[in-house]
Structure formats: C-alpha cells, structure tokens
Write a protein that binds this ligand. Structure first.
Ligand code: GRF
Length: 187
C-alpha cells in the first residue's frame, strides 16, 4: 500500500495528532504523517511530532505571506492529504481550492449543529440531549463541507463542559481514523 503523504495542522494539545500518528504507524493505515504545521509556537502537540521525528513547521499567520509558506512546505513534502486537528485558523479559499476534497477537519459537535467555537457551553445552555463529533471535508464555508463520519452520545444531566469534552474526544479518537479509512477504502 502506498500511503498518502499527509500534513496535520494543529494549534493546541494535539491529542488527535497523537492518535493519528499511532494509527498511521500501522502498515495497513492509508496515510503517513509526513509533516505537522502549527500556527501556535507553544502548541503542546508539537511534542508528538518531535517524539516521532516528524518534521514540523511553525507558521506565523500574522505575517502577510504566511499562505505562501504553507503552500511551499506542502509542496516540499509532497503532501497530498491534510487533516485539521484542532487548528484554530480558517483555511483560505486558495488552499481549499488547491486541495479540493483533500482536506478534512474534526469538529466537536453534531454538525450542522453548533458550528464554530464554544460548542459545549452552547450545547448546555440549549439543553441539548445529544452531543458528538463530526469529521467532514473542508469547504470554503466554516464547518460546512460534506460529512464523512459522525459519532453521537447522549448527554447526562450532570455532564459539565469538561465531561462533554472528554466524552467527545473519546469518540473523536475513533471517528478520525475511521473517516480516513473510509475515504481511501477504494483507492
Ligand atoms: C478537538 O476536540 C477537535 O474537535 C477540535 O479541537 C480539539 C482539538 O483537540 N477541533 P486536540 O488538540 O487534538 O487535543
């Protein structure tokens, strides 16, 4: 199997990155993580790139030409697939167009419900019964591309934001690899 050279974009903890790295080390998993990009020099997740000797690059998204730096590195590392794993920056139209149906994102809600930030506090305020996560293709519109995988759980009366986050992330660690397998199943 020729694994797709993949770049994972992160901004924070990187627990999904860690999970994807461990899956990608299996011989039958369709992707190899060849590059990690972060827009946050202090992202804890960088630790996992270092540990597994995966090249990582900090992109200062405050600089005007940051987009070119991203594109340059994607080309340099021959990246054909991109996973956004807690990347807190909107991907530009240009990048989305260049990687049409090749960029996926994981979002901590049952999309199309609760797009954007602060999903858990909004769910609790709204007295939602269900929560979960969604893996979807990235389109020009925020959290709106077509769905690949969705996982659901029922919210308990005493679930607070922290518990919701924990429960959601446990599902994310299943959903993200499943989505990747689903995408490349017939390739
Ligand atoms: C995840 O919950 C994901 O749904 C959201 O950001 C979080 C990232 O967590 N987009 P981590 O950095 O992978 O630990």
């Amino acid at each position: 199997m020729v694994k797709k050279k993949t770049c994972v974009f992160i901004s924070g903890e990187g627990s999904n990155l860690k999970n994807l790295i461990s899956h990608s080390r299996k011989s039958n998993f369709p992707i190899k993580i060849s590059l990690v990009i972060t827009n946050n020099i202090n992202a804890k997740g960088i630790i996992f790139a270092k540990k597994y000797k995966i090249p990582f690059i900090f992109i200062n998204t405050k600089l005007k030409n940051y987009e070119n730096k991203i594109l340059f590195n994607l080309k340099k590392y021959k990246i054909t697939f991109i996973c956004l794993a807690g990347y807190m920056k909107i991907i530009s139209k240009n990048l989305v167009n260049k990687y049409q149906n090749k960029i996926i994102n994981i979002h901590p809600s049952l999309l199309p419900r609760f797009k954007g930030l602060d999903t858990f506090s909004r769910m609790l305020k709204n007295k939602e019964k269900k929560a979960g996560c969604t893996v979807h293709f990235v389109s020009e519109k925020l959290d709106s591309g077509s769905k690949i995988t969705q996982k659901i759980f029922f919210i308990d009366d005493n679930d607070d934001e922290l518990i919701l986050k924990k429960k959601t992330q446990t599902l994310e660690y299943k959903a993200f690899p499943e989505a990747i397998i689903k995408i490349f199943r017939n390739n």
